[in-house]
Design a protein around this ligand. Structure first.
Ligand code: TMP
Length: 202
């Protein structure tokens, strides 16, 4: 590509996407960032979202807090970086909302697309890398730490989220790539690196 690119990593908790996003960003000398919490304002919003003492957050309110985080993130980090000619690698993106708040919580996808399209000024990722690990791996990794609000949502919820990610990837192969992340970390890194080279010429 002859312009800077915006690459997003997506996947379930414990799939290793944070490590892989960090590695790819370092390799490409790209800006590394994340949703939620990629800005100072976003960190404050993230604290509400993850707080396990918050037990009565309405699903719509949750989606809007996340959209607010995203609007700030795009305005403060992603768009300025792209405008300055830098590639961006983000740990999660607008597609997490479609998966978690849409497929997971059951909010209408069209509404979420419209609200979030507005929040991001229609700056959608150029490439989405979806990392997948078997369900038992996710469960095993989650069993070893204290769970946040999302991680406590239960197996059924996480199954719907995972199905949502796969459905979106299947429907849009031009923008999505699915990577089996169950192998050794270095192998997954190398696979992602070669896909990015092939797809984006980076
Ligand atoms: P993280 O552990 O990858 O930072 O993700 C934190 C949690 O936030 C994860 O359980 C998914 C959730 N989340 C959403 O529900 N919707 C979103 O749009 C984003 C970005 C995250």
């Amino acid at each position: 590509m002859d312009r800077p690119v915006y690459i997003a990593f997506e996947g379930a908790e414990g799939c290793g996407k944070s490590t892989q996003a960090r590695r790819l960003a370092a390799d490409l000398d790209a800006i590394h960032t994340r949703e939620t919490g990629g800005t100072a304002i976003g960190e404050r919003l993230r604290a509400i979202l993850h707080d396990t003492s918050v037990t009565d957050l309405d699903d719509h309110a949750e989606a809007l807090i996340i959209a607010a985080d995203r609007a700030q993130h795009l305005a403060e980090v992603v768009r300025p970086a792209l405008a300055a000619g830098r590639n961006v690698v983000s740990d999660r993106s607008v597609y997490s909302t479609l998966a978690y708040q849409g497929y997971g919580r059951g909010l209408p996808l069209d509404d979420l697309r419209r609200i979030n399209g507005w929040a991001i000024g229609d700056t959608w990722p150029d490439l989405v890398v979806l990392l997948r690990v078997p369900e038992h791996v996710t469960r095993d990794r989650m069993s070893r730490r204290e769970l946040d609000r999302f991680e406590r949502a239960g197996d059924e919820f996480h199954r719907r989220v995972d199905d949502g990610f796969v459905e979106m990837a299947d429907a849009d192969p031009e923008h999505w790539v699915v990577v089996d992340a169950s192998g050794p970390i270095d192998t997954v890194t190398a696979t992602i690196r070669s896909i990015v080279r092939e797809r984006l010429g980076l």
